[in-house]
Unconditional design. Sequence first.
Length: 428
Amino acid sequence: MLNAYVLGAVDLPKVDQDLINRRAKVMGPAYRLFYQRPLHLVRGEDVWLYGADGTKYLDVYNNVASVGHSHPHVVHAIADQAGRLCTHTRYLTAEPIDFAERLVASFPSEIGHVMFTNSGSEANDLALRLAFDATGGTGVIISSNAYHGTTHLIAGLSPSLGAGVPAYKNTWYVAPPIDGDGLAFGERITSALKEMQAKGVKPAALLIDSIFTSDGVAAEPAGFLATAFNVMHKAKALVIADEVQPGFGRTGSGMWCFARHGVVPDMVTMGKPMGNGYPIAALALRPEVIANFGMKARYFNTFAGNSVAIAAANAVFDVIENQDLIANSKKVGSAMAEALRQTMGFGVVRAAGLMVAVDIVNQNGAADPERATRLVNQLAQHGVLISTSRKDGSALKIRPPLTFSMAHLDLFLDKLTLCLKNERNGDS
Ligand SMILES: Cc1ncc(COP(=O)(O)O)c(C=O)c1O
């Protein structure tokens, strides 16, 4: 994993080292911690995280607590509902239906149903199950450093997990449109489809993170996804927009990132920010995709769409609307991208709203993942949290809660300037 703690690589306070040892013993070897010096956190409030040692961190990275850590409106909604009733979708309760209607209304009219899940992985898994059923195909196209989640099928469609995770057998990879080649993306999808069909594999779906988060963020030119969608539809295959990262207003131009491209997916998956940390995720879809499946199979998922999860998601919607967070994402995100390009002089900044990536290069202009990791860890030492992206980890990934203000931006830029100065002086 990029930007991960290496066991034993740094001296840590005894209390943290003990926790790490106990964690490894009881939770096993597959978990990772962020940063060279892991953060031991005890509290969060809005864009701030607090360490056990009293350090206050500016969170410029979390898209789960997207309306701000421990937002009082969301906390109250969760507590209130938990104190009244927490049950599942096999009983008739009004709240999931009210919320599903609210969610459906945020999509273009073609999208008519919502199905609840507990995680983005489950939503993607369900989407593919439906795509296989609706098309009779099994071929799936994804971007070459995609991340879509953890179920057996979806981990096999998440090459960013690395070579140790076996790929799903009928996967075709396309290079992400991150080097200003957005318009060629549709052509790459056409080639992948041709290859797939030449091998006798029937296409089922293009599964794509609408902002290409783990590939390095691809935002411009808006509209570049249109050809890809058309080509898939011509091949009678479906398009699944994974909005787990960019959904709920992050990209600053409406709730959903795919809309920037003037396209309507067949299915949309969402999660992370949906409950501001409370587990809730969903699949929104065109009714025709599930019409046949629904006649022969049933769907029940014990915790998915439970009363408390729905209360959390409904409260998140309230906050996005009441605090005008989509407009804030656009305003602060544009100012951030502009400052990184103009004032700070970074050569390549890819951004849409508060989803921002900055390519880090060496003096010769070559991608420099070590430098990117150094900067991320220097910033953490100065109380500012970001991370990295791209296959080689050479881009900074900057993705704060949507409540991030211009004042927070100034503070972030000051700390980044300080880290770059230290780097020049050789004190990093
Ligand atoms: C684009 C994308 N899709 C899906 C997922 C999986 O979501 P979850 O961790 O809720 O299963 C993630 C998680 O990081 C993601 O970034």
